[in-house]
Design a protein around this ligand. Sequence first.
Ligand code: SF4
Ligand code: SF4
Ligand code: SF4
Length: 335
Amino acid sequence: MADAYAILTEKLGHAGSERLTRVLKRLMDEEEAEMVASLPCPVDELARKLSKEEEDVKKKLDGLFGKGVVFMTSRGYQFARNIMQLHDATGADVRLDEVWGRELLDLWEDFCQEEWYQAWAKGIETLNVPVWRTIPARKAISEGTKLLPAEDVKAILDKATRFAVTSCPCRRVAARCDLPREVCLQLNRAAEYVIARGSGRELTREEAMELLDFASEAGLIHMAPNSSEVVSAICNCCTDCCIFYYPLMKYGGLEKGVAKSRFQAEVDAATCDGCQTCVERCPFEAIEMTKVPGEKKLKAAVEPDKCFGCGVCAVECEAEAIKLVETRPPEHIPA
Ligand code: SF4
Ligand code: SF4
Ligand code: SF4
């Protein structure tokens, strides 16, 4: 077979990348890479093709499943369908730290910083609809607001049947902030996958809700796939490490990749006591303190264009002076 690592870098859309090859070599030896490059293929057929014992092939593939390199599909084991899936699955697994320390994570970071982030931001420019969407923190919503099912974390959790939490691969790899890491909420089949692999911890629905509240209080932004039905995950992201926010804020294209929520923060200047907590918490630098006629203290004011409608500012406003209000129509969320 031609160089198996070369085949795999090509499958991941980064043909010939030496940095990605180093990641792949850390994840699998040559024999394993050859097996993975031949997938999808039934185990017995693969064993015949590579002149190996079926049991040995099965054992190796099970090991690669445990590491997050291959995935179980209706056609048997299959290699990661794209670079993001491989990054997330292998980067989330804290058990691999016992084997490699930070080595694997540092190899990923080197590839991300030197090659992937820029290419990813360029690729995003061609999208017609953003792939992810900011989900408002439930404690930030103005009273009486009617949420749509795809933006209401409670409705999303009420509909889901299984829940699990994994460590955030973005913050583990990038390590540019000290915000909580064990906050990636997986739902339904995604939860089943991480539980089966042993890389995720099963949660009850109530624990999942507590996790989301904890994340927004810690300053993390809820984010989910941009469709009218959220079935796979609710991420809790920061703008320092997230594979969406960080490169798209650095290289451009943020709103092409991540949609704002349908909401925007609004301040009641009469109630605002000028504490500036919201200014420090806003991940998008969308709030500034301004002079209001007749007031001695400066008051918070939101720059609408910069606000992503995450609600991170409002959940910790003790005066309850800042809240999310609906500014975009239901059609903002694609079917
Ligand atoms: S998308 Fe967000 S929560 Fe998900 S892995 Fe990246 S930073 Fe973590
Ligand atoms: S956190 Fe609340 S009270 Fe403090 S400045 Fe912001 S809006 Fe005003
Ligand atoms: S002002 Fe900042 S923290 Fe508040 S909702 Fe907008 S983007 Fe989020």
